[in-house]
Design a protein around this ligand. Structure first.
Ligand SMILES: [Zn+2]
Length: 448
């Protein structure tokens, strides 16, 4: 077989653009100066591992190449065709000649385009075993978690301080061995889906140097949870409270910290619950959908610099029971709060200066009425015959306080070692735990 002349090869290669060639086989999107897509050489689920540096970037800076950071496939247009379409070098040149209308030789191209690739079956959604939640809560009781320490020293009044531990428990706040706080993202059906590990500084600000970690990426969890082979969904922080308080207005803020502070500030779960989306850009339709499905009343409480962005999201939703609530910026914000202030920053300042706390229901502006929905069956469950009235009342009170028993109960593992029980901060948890243990039969039928 005669060799294709070098000058012809060079001419064809000079014409070939990697973005065109890869783009014939992979859906690419712009990512800065590069393009990204799912890597065609490995079972890729994460856009961003496979990058294409377009031909507009100089060759010295690796322009006109592709590269996968996972499976390490890399090269230019010719290598891509040889590896991906299994063409010989001369056929890759002929393929490019045809694409760019550059005559190569008289030998026909030996190439059959592959049939369209079948769409991969959807991955199962990651479900984190509930004992993980209990273990992180146990660590939060055993170790110093800076975030929790900071929360405790806020200028709460006596009642607020007394209920803080319970508020933390309702949100299933956990700790990690390195002192990070664990914010669980448990969906409205009580299934833990994700958990964010955040590092806080003693002043209550996030450590900006440390990026948030996710529990499924932590050593020791990654292998067991196998995030590579699951779809990961991230419900709003606090979603597990939704079904527990079916008549409550759903208040959504940016940060988990703000949700906890506001929940403890108002302590009015029957009428107000506080959820967090995790940041300005994470207020998205798919995480709001369960709320809309339940026809819940939603109030959005943006940070001061996020008002327009959240109003835009709200407008796009086109959902009648959603409002952006910014009235408090007009009535309570002062320049000292700063342009990034949110409702909790203002609440803390008001607590410090003795202006507050206001009671819930005041200065709420023109917000819609909460729409009542069906009560949860659990609270209307009849009292079993072998349970005393007192036990039953206690049971209902606890169910109301802690949300879903299943969520926080760590299965067969001891929830907390006995020697930790001496810590007075844990008394409320300890008593509740003892109650759960002694009434295990009573709770057993709650399990799904
Ligand atoms: Zn790859």
């Amino acid at each position: 077989m005669p060799k294709i002349p070098d000058e012809v090869v060079k001419r064809v290669i000079d014409r070939a653009k990697i973005e065109d060639v890869v783009g014939d086989f992979v859906d690419l999107r712009k990512a800065g100066v590069n393009l990204t897509g799912l890597c065609p050489f490995h079972d890729d689920r994460t856009d961003g591992n496979f990058i294409v540096r377009p031909s507009s970037i100089p060759e010295a800076r690796h322009g006109n190449t592709y590269r996968c950071f996972v499976c390490d496939h890399k090269g230019g247009p010719v290598q891509f065709l040889m590896e991906h379409e299994r063409l010989s070098f001369p056929d890759a040149i002929r393929w490019l000649g045809k694409k760019y209308n550059e005559p190569v030789d008289d030998i026909p191209l030996n190439y059959t385009p592959p049939p369209p690739r079948p769409k991969p079956a959807p991955l199962p959604v990651l479900e984190i075993p509930r004992p993980y939640v209990g273990r992180t809560m146990q660590i939060a009781g055993e170790q110093t978690i800076i975030f929790i320490e900071w929360l405790r020293q806020l200028p709460w009044d006596e009642e607020q301080l007394a209920r803080l531990q319970q508020t933390l428990w309702m949100y299933c706040i956990g700790g990690w061995r390195d002192g990070r706080v664990v914010f669980w993202q448990i969906d409205h059906n009580g299934i833990p889906r994700a958990a964010k590990l955040m590092k806080y500084l003693p002043d209550g600000h996030r450590d900006k140097e440390a990026h948030p970690g996710w529990i499924y990426n932590q050593d020791g969890c990654r292998q067991q949870l196998d995030p590579e082979h699951h779809e990961i969904i991230k419900p709003l922080f606090g979603s597990h409270l939704m079904n527990r308080y079916p008549k409550a207005v759903i208040n959504i803020v940016e940060s988990e910290k703000t949700a906890i502070i506001m929940a403890n500030y108002y302590d009015d779960f029957d009428s107000q619950i506080w959820l967090a989306c995790g940041g300005l850009k994470f207020l998205q339709l798919d995480s709001l959908q369960p709320l809309i499905d339940q026809e819940r009343t939603i109030w959005l409480w943006p940070d001061k610099d996020g008002r327009d962005a959240w109003q835009e999201v709200c407008d796009k939703l086109g959902y009648d029971h959603c409002r952006v609530y910014t009235h408090f910026f007009d009535t309570c914000w002062t320049p000292a709060d700063g342009d990034k202030a949110d409702i909790a920053d203002i609440a803390i300042r008001m607590m410090t200066t003795g202006e507050g706390p206001r009671q819930s229901g005041q200065s709420r502006g023109q917000a819609p009425e909460a729409k009542p929905s069906e009560p949860v069956p659990m609270t209307t469950q009849p009292k079993p015959d072998d349970v005393t009235d007192e036990e039953w009342a206690n049971h209902l009170a606890i169910m109301k306080a802690i949300g879903d028993y299943d969520i926080i109960h760590p299965g067969d593992e001891p929830f907390m070692p006995e020697d930790e029980m001496a810590d007075p901060r844990l008394r409320w948890m300890r008593e509740t735990l003892r109650h759960i243990k002694t009434n295990h039969k009573l709770y057993g039928n709650q399990k799904k």
